[in-house]
Design a protein around this ligand. Structure first.
Ligand code: PLP
Length: 377
């Protein structure tokens, strides 16, 4: 939308123009079904397979370990459900700050299959202690365990110590499922160097189209499909392939990775600029998860001092053309902190807003935001 300043890139972001052009051409000219055996079908199939190759190369997987899904929500549900049913997982170790699609999938599968769930403790920065995994695993020697922990947190921006978590899982023969949605494209992910059993990602978080994602399933873990009724994705995910989406996703990820250093550098500069200007302008603000083990450069979660002005802040930002995300959800007419803010003991009288940046975010957009926040608070 013209005239608005969009600072909600962690929720979703724009599709790169080059990706739109490629998808547009495919939609107009190559609409074959990738499962059809005629020439149009074979052409669509070859595009899907070269997209698979591109993504596999980026994360250092083999093409046989990559499956396309509709979203990361689907991919996370798939892994959590099938790991329990097909691999006999009966203890899941996770954290209270995971995305709802992970937490709800775990809650459902646990209820239906008598699976024990233990959530790691998180501190006020959203950090977990990987050693707690060892303690829980040692206390449950007869259990088949899966750890389900995200790479970077979508609300706070903190990063879990994935290398340490992965090393413990490998050593203790624990399955490791990692929701890499926010980190994919921006942070280096190599499934050979770091042990992952399953890894999930979503195209619309790295400038690809919405409604397409992928899952890496390490070859050693044979699971059955979550969605049945077709032989697509080598019988692992039924449903006609979203050819334009898959191609667009692979192109978007390739471009992100090619420009990763420049992009992350820019995001870090924007983040530091924003945070220092904000704290100068409104010293009573605090940055959530600022002391975390590591932080992603595209997300800053700000906690505003209590008061009627803070209560109106999301509304005022919106009517003044700023798009950001509230850290609260409305439940039965009462605004409540999100499950993530509750987990880190964020004071409920303070309002949290998440600002998230892209490689096109400018310092002049940040200046406008700071000026507006100064007026509104
Ligand atoms: N996991 C994380 C960390 C996310 O941030 C999101 C989206 O916000 C998802 C999963 C769900 O991804 P999708 O939009 O592809 O369903």
């Amino acid at each position: 939308m013209a005239n608005s300043i969009y600072l909600d890139h962690a929720a979703t972001t724009f599709v790169r123009p080059e990706v739109i052009d490629t998808m547009h051409t495919l939609m107009r000219e190559e609409y074959g079904n990738a499962s059809s055996i005629h020439s149009q079908g074979r052409s669509a199939r070859s595009k899907v397979e070269s997209a698979r190759k591109k993504i596999a190369k980026i994360i250092n997987a083999s093409v046989g370990e990559l499956f396309f899904t509709s979203t990361a929500t689907e991919a996370n549900n798939m892994i959590i459900q099938r790991a329990v049913i097909d691999l006999g997982v009966d203890l899941i170790i996770s954290s209270p700050t995971e995305h709802h699609c992970v937490l709800y999938a775990i809650a459902r599968v646990a209820k239906e299959n008598n699976v024990k769930v233990v959530n790691l403790k998180v501190d006020q920065n959203g950090d977990v202690d990987p050693e707690e995994i060892q303690i829980i695993a040692k206390a449950n020697p007869d259990k088949k365990i899966m750890v389900s922990l995200m790479n970077g947190n979508n609300e706070l921006g903190n990063m879990h110590p994935v290398s340490a978590i992965s090393a413990i899982c490998k050593e203790m023969d624990i399955l490791f499922h990692c929701d890499a949605v926010q980190a994919m494209g921006k942070y280096h992910i190599d499934v050979q160097r770091t042990y992952y059993s399953f890894l999930t990602a979503s195209s619309h978080k790295f400038h690809g189209p919405k409604g397409v994602g992928f899952v890496y399933i390490n070859n050693g873990n044979i699971i059955s499909p979550f969605i049945v009724g077709g032989a697509q994705e080598r019988n692992m995910r039924a449903g006609t392939e979203n050819v334009y989406g898959i191609v667009g996703m692979a192109d978007a990820l390739s471009m992100m990775v090619d420009e990763r250093d420049i992009i992350v550098n820019h995001l870090s500069e924007i983040q530091s600029y924003f945070e220092s200007k904000l704290l100068q302008a409104i010293p009573t603000c605090t940055i959530n998860a600022q002391g975390a083990h590591a932080r992603m450069a595209h997300i800053t979660s700000v906690s505003f001092p209590p008061g009627p002005k803070a209560d109106m802040l999301m509304f005022n930002l919106d009517i003044n053309g700023f798009c950001a995300s509230s850290g609260s959800a409305c439940s039965a007419g009462i605004e409540e902190d999100s499950h993530v803010l509750i987990a880190i003991d964020h004071p409920s009288d303070r309002k949290t807003i998440r600002f998230s940046f892209s490689y096109l975010t400018t310092t002049s957009e940040i200046d406008s935001l700071i000026e507006a926040l100064g007026r509104m608070i």
